[in-house]
Design a protein around this ligand. Structure first.
Ligand code: BGC
Length: 892
């Protein structure tokens, strides 16, 4: 637990508290934050919701009420405003109680809470600053060198620069984005560690910008802003059809530096016609293909003041991009730098094994003659001869080519790209020396604070693989894979993985950001494209049907249950409803959704390898069942948002559709693992038949020798369906099965990320060809797809036994319900919730089970005994307040 300084107590606060007589000196509110997770200097929302945690040194702390204060100074002396006392037990997402922040406005806020004992002191103060909230705030315009404008073809990365004078500056804010991806320096120093900015959004409607404090980078006198802008998602190649320029044919930089000087002067240095542009060392940089760099072409000193740019090109000014909005989620950054586990020379080739499949690049220290070449290729796996197996990359070149500047030791690291790889080969010209190679892992810098561990090493590796695949596929948006010519926001993949993602990491703002694009990309009739942002216009797979479209309803619901974020539910509500209404419009006279195209239980191992959508579970059954569960989520969302009429309508719809599904498919559904999983978990099988369907599912598992038989949609449902119907033993058999297909099978074959296909590596060690029947997608064999990693949700919820109580979203009440099984002798899990850390560990013991629990302050918990065990007094359920608890369970 972090230690917190006790805040100064404000006189107003003190008197208010003493009027009520009681103080609670043992509790300190801290960890103040807004719903903006960007880490930027300004706040994306003018009325951000506010959160805190309580630091407590006693058990059973309850928050009864809170009060907020805002002022113009950290001592709360100027323009101080006090909110009313709000009765609430929640420490997350308190509505902003005052006038919205104005653009650039700087204030301070703090909180105190009334616990079951009395008022705490005021927390430390936390600064809050308005961003640019209106288009009128922008005097800057996107600029591009004339020769770079209107270029449909790949071109060199362009450079842009501008010098300016600064005198006794006391504040400097840089608001910045690009059509493309950029890097920016002030006097040669990077403005941040953020990469691939501004990320990929539905640029037709939304363009994110960032706000940085660049005061420490400025100097008295002459200064220089210098940037590079590359294709990125804006103009670069996207998708397996080799199309470029999805958003425009001109890449450009939009930057506005606002300076405040000691004498009160305000100065704006904005991108406009006064900037100058050129090209440099980066001959090109593309997301899929990598970079070509010629170090000899880098103009010396162009990033600092005094460089002569009078021969550089003029720039053109473009219109402001659509929907300028400050980024509110963490940026892409370097997540980790590691040494390769193997680096071996073979002739002029240096062969690298990173020891981990990941997304990123190599950082190479090399020296050699001017113009000497160093070429780096990447692959996820090696073939039988030990060579890089690049077929799975399809048309992604995934290579970085350098020509040395010959200036001594040079650091070679690509910009504006990333590769999905574990293995690499560095081919060097004669005379090139390599002194060091590091492996750089990049991804959106989320707080990966979830933990799961148990006594079985294979399960620990499986869990680690699910986290690794999340890190590799959460790069600005949730993607399918990081290595081939896709890396698209496939809606179905995140639909099944969202809950695991939220257990593994604080994924709230990241997914909430993506959901905004989902809503803007939704068709007028409510249909949801299979990739968001949508670049598949007119393709047969542009609308992939249920399971994919249901990301619209199921992902917001996950964010609500895990984080208690009612705001995201409110914002997405019409999108959620529109998707369900679209489904309703597809129902036939029998009330079922039949005959439309759906990807269905994609990659079911029983489907023909080249036709993954021809799964063994009936697609129409899946479609109608999904409509029922999505309607249920809309009803629940409506109830949470106080839309009572909608709640009644969609609840009834869900029931009717479930009944129609069961009427039509009750015999078919129980023939496959996915069918049973859906029938149980989506409430399709009537309550009276659930246990029977559970038994049938366990029999199917046995008949398949404990092997999984599901694709993307069925996989997350099978284990919970078994454990929810008293078939825990079958669930553990399925989880721990070592034969193909199976989770542990992948681990036994050395997987360090989740594979796209269960049999990506055959039992004889051969690599799957990845066959697809459509020529355009001739191979589909990624070693880094997270869909099957949705199993981690069950590891947290059921193996360790940690989840939010569904009636108290956001872990206000924690549900501890471990189900020990298989060969496990202990398991543990922890999550940093909005209240603080929630954790569990259990150990098998002679007498039964020892359990240790941590409940964060202001939350509470219910502990449910696993079957066959009881608490003292023969109890099976125990209510717990916050704090640490040790329980001893005995066999009965
Ligand atoms: C992607 C998937 C996606 C699927 C649907 C694949 O190429 O990699 O993960 O969901 O297509 O068609």
């Amino acid at each position: 637990m972090p230690t917190l300084n006790i805040a100064r107590t404000n006189m107003t606060g003190q008197s208010a508290a003493s009027q009520e007589g009681m103080f609670d000196h043992n509790i300190v509110p801290g960890q103040l934050r807004t719903e903006d997770d960007s880490g930027l200097v300004a706040t994306a929302m003018p009325s951000p919701r506010l959160s805190w945690q309580l630091l407590a040194d006693r058990q059973s702390v309850e928050q009864i009420a809170y009060q907020l204060q805002v002022a113009d100074d950290p001592l709360f002396e100027e323009k101080m405003l006090l909110s009313p006392v709000v009765e609430s037990g929640s420490t997350s997402f308190a509505p902003w109680p005052w006038e919205p922040l104005r653009s650039r406005e700087r204030r301070w806020w703090r909180v105190r809470v009334r616990t079951d004992i009395g008022w705490t002191k005021w927390s430390d103060a936390s600064p809050i600053e308005g961003s640019l909230y209106s288009r009128c705030d922008w005097s800057a315009r996107p600029v591009s060198p004339v020769s770079n404008a209107g270029l449909p073809e790949r071109s060199a990365v362009h450079l842009l620069r501008r010098e300016f004078e600064a005198d006794k500056v006391i504040s400097a804010r840089l608001y910045i984005t690009a059509l493309g991806v950029y890097d920016m320096t002030v006097n040669g120093r990077p403005i941040s560690a953020d990469l691939l900015e501004p990320g990929w959004t539905d640029y037709r409607h939304r363009t994110l910008f960032s706000a940085y404090d660049v005061l420490p980078l400025l100097r008295q006198g002459r200064n220089c802003l210098a940037a590079q802008v590359s294709e990125g998602w804006w103009r670069g190649e996207l998708g397996w059809l080799g199309q470029r320029g999805h958003y425009g044919d001109t890449t450009a930089l939009l930057a506005q530096l606002e300076l405040e000087c000691q004498n009160g002067d305000r100065l704006i240095v904005a991108t406009d016609g006064s900037w100058r542009g050129s090209c440099g060392a980066l001959e090109f940089a593309e997301l899929y293909d990598g970079v070509d760099v010629d170090r000899r072409r880098e103009p010396a000193g162009w990033r600092v003041a005094g460089f002569d740019d009078h021969r550089w090109e003029r720039v053109v000014e473009l219109d402001l991009p659509a929907g300028l909005e400050q980024r509110s989620m963490p940026a892409v950054r370097v997540l980790e730098v590691r040494e390769p586990v193997r680096a071996e020379w073979s002739g002029n080739l240096l062969k690298i094994d990173a020891g981990q499949n990941l997304a990123g690049m190599l950082r190479i220290r090399a020296s050699g003659p001017r113009g000497a070449s160093v070429k780096v290729r990447h692959a996820e796996v090696l073939d039988a001869q030990g060579a890089l197996h690049t077929a799975p990359l399809r048309n992604a070149r995934a290579a970085d080519n350098y020509r040395l500047g010959g200036t001594g030791e040079e650091i070679l690291e690509p910009m504006f790209t990333f590769h999905g790889f574990r293995f690499a080969e560095i081919a060097c010209d004669t005379g090139v020396e390599i002194s060091r190679v590091e492996v750089v892992w990049v991804g959106s810098d989320l707080d990966y604070s979830g933990r799961f561990e148990c006594s079985d090493k294979s399960l620990n590796q499986l869990y680690a693989n699910t986290v690794a695949s999340q890190k590799c596929n959460f790069i600005s948006l949730p993607t399918d894979c990081p290595q081939r010519d896709e890396r698209l926001g496939w809606t179905g993949d995140i639909q099944v993985f969202a809950e695991t993602a939220c257990f593994n990491a604080d994924s709230r703002s990241f997914l909430a950001n993506w959901l905004k694009d989902l809503a803007t990309e939704q068709r007028a009739d409510g249909n949801v494209p299979s990739t968001v942002p949508n670049i598949l216009h007119g393709h047969a797979f542009e609308y992939a049907g249920v399971g994919w479209g249901d990301a619209a309803t199921l992902v917001p619901w996950v964010l609500y249950t895990i984080y208690g974020d009612l705001g995201v539910l409110g914002r997405q509500y019409s999108s959620m409803r529109a998707w369900v209404d679209y489904g309703v419009s597809r129902l036939d006279g029998d009330g079922v959704w039949a005959g439309d195209f759906h990807l269905g239980d994609w990659l079911d191992p029983g489907a023909p390898p080249d036709r993954p959508h021809e799964a063994t579970t009936d697609r129409d059954f899946i479609a109608t069942a999904y409509l029922s569960v999505s309607a249920r989520r809309v009803a629940q969302a409506a109830a949470a948002l106080g839309k009572c009429e909608d709640a009644i309508v969609y609840e009834a719809l869900s029931d009717n559709v479930a009944a129609a599904t069961w009427r039509r498919w009750n015999d078919v559904a129980v023939k496959t693992q996915a069918g049973c999983g859906i029938a149980i978990m989506f409430g399709i099988a009537p309550v009276s038949e659930r246990a029977k369907v559970g038994r049938l599912l366990a029999e199917l598992v046995d008949a398949n020798q404990g092997r999984i038989a599901t694709g993307f949609l069925g996989t997350p449902l099978v284990l919970p369906a078994l454990s929810n119907t008293g078939q825990g033993a079958a669930a553990y058999r399925l989880l721990l099965n070592r034969a193909c297909p199976g989770w542990v099978y992948q681990v036994d074959r050395g997987a360090t990320t989740m594979w796209e296909r269960w049999d990506a590596v055959g039992e004889d060690g051969s690599l799957h060809a990845g066959a697809m029947s459509t020529e355009e997608a001739n191979s589909m064999i990624s070693f880094n797809h997270y869909a099957y990693g949705a199993v981690s949700e069950w590891l947290y919820r059921t193996v360790a036994g940690l989840s939010p109580d569904p009636d108290y979203p956001g872990f206000g009440r924690i549900r501890f319900a471990p189900e020990p099984g298989g060969n496990l002798s202990w398991a543990s899990a922890s999550i940093i919730t909005g209240y603080g850390t929630a954790a569990i560990r259990w150990d098998l013991a002679e007498h039964g089970l020892d359990v240790e629990l941590v409940v964060p302050p202001a939350a509470n918990a219910t502990f449910f005994c696993p079957p066959g065990l009881a608490l003292p007094g023969a109890k099976h359920v125990k209510e717990l307040g916050s704090g640490r608890h040790m329980l001893q369970l005995r066999r009965i």
